[in-house]
Design a protein around this ligand. Structure first.
Ligand SMILES: [Zn+2]
Length: 247
């Protein structure tokens, strides 16, 4: 296994649209960067098909991708994370790409940043959005190519997860793995960054709704993740698991 120093964890999120990273892991990313770890995000599309502004603002459709990219960059900075890697696909067109070609783009970035933990959507993409499912498939391919069978380079692969009762409440058709609460990160101390980040996605109605929902909800606040079946069998003893659980 790659020699591990808890002073230098590298977190890599791989998501479909600007705002997915914040909904899935905003609080966790801030916790990690606060402790001096490296946080990276790959965003596959510009989110061109999202809503065109909130609160009376009206963004032109052709400007939406650049507006959302700006919102994402501002948030990454506020989280203490590195600037995002933009793959610049068009919203809802990710599934038209050859999954292997998309995987190579993700793999190149993995080789560059050498992640200890890779976070991406699970098989249902939480919402069954085709871009979310496509990014899941290609990240899995990239992860398997990156992971060295000799045991070196074995990052942990995790998916945002939602407990069974909440999934039912929102009628989410999750795959079984996405209901596993393998890693539960207490984000009470960073929830304000997550809410501010969601609010900062001023173009997006659902980000505003999620921000309002989180603001109204009593704590404790947490983010939860399932460990992918593709991670090593003894993932419980992976040093990153122990570290994330102690956060
Ligand atoms: Zn999305």
């Amino acid at each position: 296994m790659k020699s591990f120093n808890k002073e230098s964890i590298v977190w890599l999120g791989v998501y479909g649209h600007p705002d997915d990273e914040t909904s899935a892991s905003g609080g966790t990313m801030v916790k990690l960067s606060d402790k001096g770890h490296q946080v990276y995000v790959i965003t596959a599309t510009g989110g061109e098909l999202g809503t065109l502004g909130t609160d009376g603002s009206k963004i032109k459709r052709e400007d939406l991708a650049s507006v959302r990219e700006c919102e994402l960059k501002t948030n990454m900075k506020a989280y203490g994370a590195n600037p995002p890697f933009m793959l610049r696909y068009v919203d809802q067109e990710l599934e038209k790409e050859d999954p292997e070609v998309l995987a190579i783009k993700i793999l190149d970035i993995m080789h560059m940043v050498e992640p200890d933990v890779v976070s991406t959507f699970g098989p249902s993409g939480i919402s069954n959005h085709p871009d979310h499912i496509a990014i899941h498939k290609s990240t899995l391919i990239a992860y398997e190519k990156y992971t060295n069978p000799t045991g070196e380079n074995t990052p942990l692969l995790i998916y945002p997860s939602i407990p069974e009762d909440i999934a039912k409440m929102y009628n989410l058709q999750l795959s079984p793995v996405e209901k596993n609460m393998d890693l539960i990160i207490d984000i009470d101390d960073t929830i304000r960054y997550k809410i501010e980040g969601l609010k900062n996605y001023k173009s997006q109605e659902d980000a505003q709704e999620f921000a309002a929902h989180l603001s109204e909800r009593e704590g404790p606040h947490f983010e939860s993740f399932a460990v992918s079946d593709s991670s090593q069998n003894d993932w419980e003893s992976h040093p990153v698991v122990r570290y994330l659980r102690s956060l």
